[in-house]
Design a protein around this ligand. Structure first.
Ligand SMILES: C[S@@+](CC[C@H](N)C(=O)[O-])C[C@H]1O[C@@H](n2cnc3c(N)ncnc32)[C@H](O)[C@@H]1O
Length: 132
C-alpha cells in the first residue's frame, strides 16, 4: 500500500471500516466459519482445467486467511491481500507457500502481468468501492 494512502485515512471504504477495529478482527478470526476442503478442491480443479497450471492464487479481502489457506494445498504460491492491518495480523504466518499483504483490492500493482491463475474474493466483493 502506498505510504500516503492507508485504509485508516480513507474516507471511501464505507461499511468495511469495521474491519479496521482490532477487537472486531480478533472476534472475526475466532468465530468466522471455515470453508470446506471440498470447496477449495472444486475451485482448484476448475482452475486446473482452464489454465493447466496452479502457480499463483490471490485472495482479495482475505481477512484472517480463512478463505486463503485452503488454496495452499493446491497452488504453488498463495497471496492474501487485505486493507486492514488488524485482519492481516490474525492470519497464520507459518505456511511456507503463503504470504499476506496489506493493500487495497483496487491496487494489485505488485503482481507481474499475467502471473495469476486464480483471483478469489470471499465475502468481500460487495464491500469494495470503486476507489478502494
Ligand atoms: C467479510 S470479510 C471476508 C474475509 C474472508 N475473505 C472470509 O471469507 O471470511 C471482508 C474483508 O474484506 C476486507 N476489505 C474490504 N474492502 C477492501 C478493499 N477495498 N481492499 C482490500 N480489502 C478489503 C476487509 O478488511 C475484511 O477483512
Amino acid at each position: 500500500m502506498e505510504k500516503s494512502r492507508t485504509a485508516e485515512d480513507s474516507s471511501d471504504i464505507g461499511v468495511a471500516r469495521v474491519f479496521l477495529d482490532e477487537s472486531i478482527s480478533r472476534a472475526y478470526a475466532q468465530h468466522r466459519h471455515c470453508y470446506s476442503e471440498e470447496l477449495f478442491q472444486i475451485i482448484s480443479d476448475y482452475c486446473r482445467e482452464n489454465t493447466q497450471q496452479l502457480n499463483l492464487a490471490i485472495d482479495v479481502g482475505c481477512g484472517p486467511g480463512n478463505s486463503t489457506v485452503g488454496f495452499t494445498k493446491h497452488f504453488k504460491q498463495v497471496i492474501g491481500v487485505d486493507m486492514s492491518e488488524t485482519q492481516i495480523a490474525q492470519a497464520p504466518k507459518n505456511i511456507p507457500n503463503c504470504q499476506f499483504k496489506l493493500g487495497f483490492a483496487t491496487n494489485l500493482d505488485f503482481l507481474e502481468p499475467c502471473s495469476v491463475d486464480l483471483v478469489a474474493c470471499g465475502l468481500t466483493i460487495n464491500l469494495i468501492s470503486k476507489s478502494a
